[in-house]
Write a protein of this length. Sequence first.
Length: 438
Amino acid sequence: MSNRKRHAGADEVPPIDLHGLVRELFPINRSLTGAGVRETLAILARYIRLEIREVPSGTAVLDWHVPLEWSIRSATIKTLDGRYLVDFANSNLHVVGYSKPFHGVVSRAELARHVHTLPDQPDLIPYRTGYYADDWGFCLTDDLWRTMQDDSYLVDIDSDLSSGSLAYGEFFLPGEVPDEVLITAHICHPSLANDNLSGIAVAVALAMRQAQLGSRLGFRVLFLPATIGAISWLARNEDHLEKIRYGLVLTCLGDSGGFHYKQSRSGASIDDAVAHVLRHSGHPHDIMAFDPYGYDERQFCSPAFDLPVGCLMRSVHGTFPEYHTSADDLDFVKPDALDRSYAVIATLLDLLNANRTYIRIDGRGEPQLGRRGLYRAIAGQKEAGGASQMDLLWVLNLADGRHSLLEMADRSGTPFSRIAKAARLALEAKLIKEVGRD
Ligand code: ZN
């Protein structure tokens, strides 16, 4: 599948060039709906078996309605003698998302009500949307806006808002058990690299990985426009939600900041699993408590669903200066950072798939390890970074049917992979047996 070189001593390398995929998707103009979302999904479908779903405009989903579909062909601001000052063709950030069509001469004062700039970052174009605003607007650098001192300008927005549909993408790999891991990423941002595209690229690579390796838990990946996409999916899958055992929203995974994990609403075991992987990853990281803001975790964790879904990112949305500006570009996203983000989540998926609960077959006292060849087995594993005698003692002690392997790993301060190896030895020696599924 991959002929990419494994860099020395590093983590698992993704099956595709993640930065290359980000570069391919970057120029496309995306929004909640419209051609750019479909074009993006069509590119993803070259890598993974992706079902593309269409939800018609006006469909009632929970407390919302699917909006009209937005199409934009061009948007310009010109001087009255025809000189182009702002052109959507140069940057799709220039037009406010969901701008309605407009054509006319407007005074500078009137135009000012429709112009967004960043006075503190005067050379950057902001990213703004007005999905439900019934308005139009432009985003430009403050440097440019301050040079625009004519009395009036010619504004042209060739767009339309019409009945169509909202598109999203769904990948599903069935597992050996009904329970599932859910991964989601947003697909509604135009040319922004870290916010949206990094999560999309990593999610695609993870889907390719699991399709190749197989998965004990079902593996579902959703590529959704923000909020209304998640709400549409939830509304259409209400009888399916109990199968979601672990969930993760992926965003901002390509910058060089440390990892941040925002916990689920109710402290689900995904929180322990991510914390464990980050703790043993060697990467700087922070764990953040749930709050009802951010990405689609706020939909998945709304009270009647309360799904076990957290959010993994590097730099936190809204806190880095490039966020929602033209500086969130292809240079801001680093190939190495994308690759390491992928490797961390790959390790997490292996953990989730291997996490089980065992019980001692005869739990009275310590079993005699030597008689079962277990000292020899441990000595044989040692050079390969396998289980130690201590790991085995932890497993044999905590295999009481109430501690998962992850809980054993956390309680003993041991990496999950070593505890899992010790459990395999104990299982082969018929000292433990599996209870339940995890
Ligand atoms: Zn965003």
